[in-house]
Write a protein that binds this ligand. Structure first.
Ligand code: NAD
Length: 447
């Protein structure tokens, strides 16, 4: 899936031309390779007055081995990350503290650098002026994400009261190259649904079982690979027609395969029985299988509608019901879903697909409390333009426009979606529940 424009623009002549005519200049994003530190380079840490997260942030940064700089930034020093605790901001006047911290240093963020602001969820603030100021942080972070250059990203983490100890996995993800294609997002961390002490952060899924639907190829195969890298035993699931591709993937990873069509009425029961029989349950269930059948609504057949809704949404609901009814999901379990920015913004020719993917968001939002009671979490990723066979098949002009219409001016890779799922899947993400995080390079669509 070569991005020829990106290759060309990074030659000396390409850089010159791009600079002169103002063309987008996508850089090669830093991506995670096993053995890398979480973050390499100094992290400038700041806080507004009366914050409540500083201790938790300092602890998380120390545990990840970050080189932390606090106090006024020296001279022309550059930073790999700027982290600001805004949880103490209680009024619009006090938002000036954002400007005061970032203004002198924002142009000193290194390539593939990170800006992370932490705050309090506005819905949890009792005083309207505090809630207003905290909500304002979203506009700040989204603008910073659009202004940063050279692969740098900006995020906001809303940390609920009582969730202070649960922020480490999220800070690790957002500060590391694993979040290469995630920008302009507001993540919510709640009180942990289960305890999670003693994590080996380099292989957090050792001893865990993860099932990935649609694992024979594309994004699903990448999710299977990353979860196996993190130590999980992966059960790959796909349709019988792709059985040899599926066993190619799971064989390489030392996992196992389950071939069935998830829309088969017997599928939920078969999946539940398989997981209970072979593994006494499951820790991570990834609903990745999905299809498109694009046509504008007036030309769309009923079959195109029901195929897409059936695979992308109804099958997932029915499988969840079976997992709950038969108690298949273990404590600190995870349900991870794959939505799409089409589900956020809608798209011409995708009324069926966008309905199904918006439904996935609804499913995550409505089940978050239900699964929390079962000591589990449910979250979704909403990928934007990802370099896969699906997007390779788009008409060339549309493909090129879709690729560039984001703050990073390039498409994402399947591994970017997979790393985001792996963050949700980590036992340390016990407070990350009910989120829909876009993996879209901060796409202009649905912004
Ligand atoms: P893909 O077509 O390469 O892979 C999808 C997999 O799901 C296939 O292996 C397929 O056989 C399997 N599958 C389909 N129907 C199934 C069924 N009834 N039962 C079992 N398995 C079934 O697609 P992809 O690009 O890797 O997409 C993966 C997910 O990501 C999908 O949910 C898709 O909607 C979503 N997504 C993709 C993009 C992108 O840019 N590629 C963007 C947004 C969202």
């Amino acid at each position: 899936m070569a991005d020829r424009y990106q290759q060309l623009i990074n030659t000396p002549l390409g850089k010159l031309v791009a600079g002169q005519v103002g063309l987008p200049a996508p850089v090669k994003l830093e991506r995670y390779v096993p053995g890398m530190p979480v973050i390499s380079g100094p992290v400038l840490l700041g806080a507004a007055a009366q914050t409540r997260l500083e201790g938790a942030i300092e602890l998380a940064l120390a545990e990840m081995g970050a080189e932390v700089v606090s106090g006024p930034a020296a001279g022309e020093q550059t930073f790999k990350a700027l982290v600001f605790d805004a949880s103490g901001i209680v009024s619009s006047e006090q938002l000036r503290e954002l400007w005061a911290f970032f203004h002198p240093v924002i142009r000193r963020v290194r390539d593939s650098g990170r800006v992370v602001v932490l705050g309090t969820p506005p819905e949890a603030c009792r005083d309207p002026r505090t809630a207003t100021a905290q909500r304002a942080l979203e506009g700040f972070i989204r603008s910073v994400g659009k202004e940063l250059r050279r692969g740098a990203t900006a995020q906001l983490v809303y940390v609920a009261s009582g969730a202070e100890e649960a922020i480490a996995s999220t800070l690790r993800f957002l500060l590391s190259p694993k979040s290469a294609y995630v920008s302009g997002q507001a993540v919510r961390v709640h009180k942990a649904v289960a305890s999670f002490e003693g994590i080996d952060w380099s292989r957090p899924l050792v001893g865990k079982v993860a099932l990935v639907t649609g694992a024979a190829r594309g994004i699903g195969a990448s999710i299977a690979e990353v979860l196996a890298r993190d130590g999980a035993h992966v059960v790959g699931l796909d349709v019988p027609a792709l059985s040899s591709e599926l066993s190619g993937v799971t064989g390489r990873l030392g996992g196992s395969s389950l071939t069935l069509d998830i829309t088969d009425p017997a599928a939920p029961e078969r999946i539940a029985s398989y997981l209970l029989g072979e593994h006494e349950g499951v820790d991570v269930f990834v609903h990745n299988a999905g299809v498109t059948r694009d046509k504008t609504l007036g030309r769309m057949t009923e079959d195109m509608w029901s195929t897409v809704l059936g695979i992308n949404l109804t099958a997932e609901e029915r499988i969840n019901e079976a997992l709950f009814e038969r108690d298949v999901l273990r404590d600190n379990g995870r349900i991870c879903c794959v939505s799409s920015i089409s589900g956020v913004a809608g798209n011409v020719g995708q009324a069926n697909y966008a309905t199904s993917k918006a439904g996935v968001i609804g499913m995550v939002e409505s089940l978050a409390r239900v699964v929390a009671k079962r000591k589990a979490t449910i979250n979704a990723v909403a990928p934007g333009f990802i370099e896969t066979k699906m997007t390779q098949a788009m008409p060339a002009a549309r493909r090129e426009v879709s690729r560039r219409m984001n703050s990073l001016s390039q498409g994402g890779l399947p591994v970017d979606v997979a790393e985001t799922i792996a963050w949700y899947a980590s036992p340390g993400s016990a407070g990350v529940n009910g989120n829909v995080v876009r993996v879209c390079g901060q796409s202009m669509i649905g912004a």
